[in-house]
Design a protein around this ligand. Sequence first.
Ligand code: UDX
Ligand code: ADP
Length: 472
Amino acid sequence: MNKHLKIKKICCIGAGYVGGPTMAVIADKCPHIKVSVIDKDSSRIKMWNDNNLENLPIYEPGLKEIIKRVRDRNLTFSVENDSYIREADAIFISVNTPIKSTGLGAGQASNLYWVEKCARKIAKSAEGHTIVVEKSTLPVRTAEIIKKILHSSLKNNSSENAPTFSVLSNPEFLAEGTAINDLQNPDRVLIGGEDYSAINSLHEVYSFWVDPKKIITTNLWSSELSKLVANAFLAQRISSINSISQLCETTGANISEVAKAIGSDNRIGNTFLNAGPGFGGSCFKKDILNLVYLCRNFGLSEIADFWEQVIIINNWQQDRIYKIIVEKLFNTVEQKKLVILGFSFKANTNDTRESPAIKIANDLLSEGAKLTIHDPKVSKDQIEKALDNSFKKSKNNALNKQEWVYEKSIYKALENADAIILLTEWDEYKSLNWEIISKHLNSPAWVFDTRLILDENIIIQNGINFWSLGKG
Ligand code: UDX
Ligand code: ADP
């Protein structure tokens, strides 16, 4: 390896689902590196510093144990402070990059407002040579924008001590709920860049715990594009299996059996073949929309249409589930008590971004249903924010009546229900006592299992109607 800068201090901007766990694992694996995570949101930082580790701002299995080990050893969480940027050898940009809601590219392009702000802050405060690492999921060629902002600051500084920068792309591939394991045992680490010395510096950090054979180096654009394409391929598998779920319902086949049969082919593989209410999370939709936007920008309309179809099927699946619920309940859910089990976009996370539950709940509320929502990790406050935002987006004030309540106890939530709609595959939902539940339901009552985790026979034996996704 060529002579390169040894990274001793890392600063990460953004203490969210990406920045928090990633820096916790780097600090844990590299005790010789001082890692600081800064955020503009002081309440979030307060939660990261809370003595009670149950109050960390994100729930991720294994995270609190690491935080206990490394916080105040070589990992600190602070509100924004220029000194951390000044002192850092490497700065990771891990801020949020949601889809633009207004203006050019609205609904498709990523909003780079926060990324640009970070780049300006780094340009203003950095000293010496700094490696700037693009960690957030970003559209291809964002590194170019970051580079331009950093280098334009140099033009105004002709002193001998003017800062210098190398920009790298190092996309995150962690999945929420398994983030710690994904970070500790990654399938691969991708480092894209043009400056080999900077690539080697970051390579060295990961080599402390990752087999060097798994560290792939590429040019900047390949790295940025690979992240979008990896997520687009994964999401495509989910839309593919979801599209077949309706065919199964229509023909009498069983989607679990079909998934098992096709997944046994090594060339197809058995992961990401679980049919469900559609994918959620902060990445899949955003990354595909970015890919579509990019293709349209380059005039590649056939490719844009191909990938856009993955999103269209995802929305269709959520719409289809809501319509089935209404149809089964005699075409009206008005004033009926419907219980939603699970509000996070998947199990083992408290994240609700793009959760299928938001759209399905919103649609049922607009039909006049009375919803009771339960989730083991998502707070009432979070649900309220997610539904409020979705109401605002729908621009339909009539929806603002918000006939929903939050219930912490599952069994209490289910009392007097007309229907139970399982949307997230939390473990606690797998072992419910249907004999007890059946005694307290309205009649006729329905269970809708969109995650294929409930035991159909037991539910039917207890006199409850049952619908499961992908079963004819
Ligand atoms: C994803 C990618 O997996 C990760 O590599 C990337 O860095 C970020 O985006 P994440 O969104 O956390 O991670 O979760 P993931 O496990 O990929 O699930 C995404 C969505 O797809 C969830 O809503 C999940 O329920 C759904 N899903 C997943 C299915 O419906 N079926 C499946 O078989 C797998
Ligand atoms: P992700 O899933 O990408 O980690 P999150 O929304 O969970 O996204 O976290 C992003 C974090 O970045 C938030 O806590 C937000 O306050 C923080 N953030 C955004 N812009 C800036 C900025 N300019 N400076 C510091 N922190 C920022």
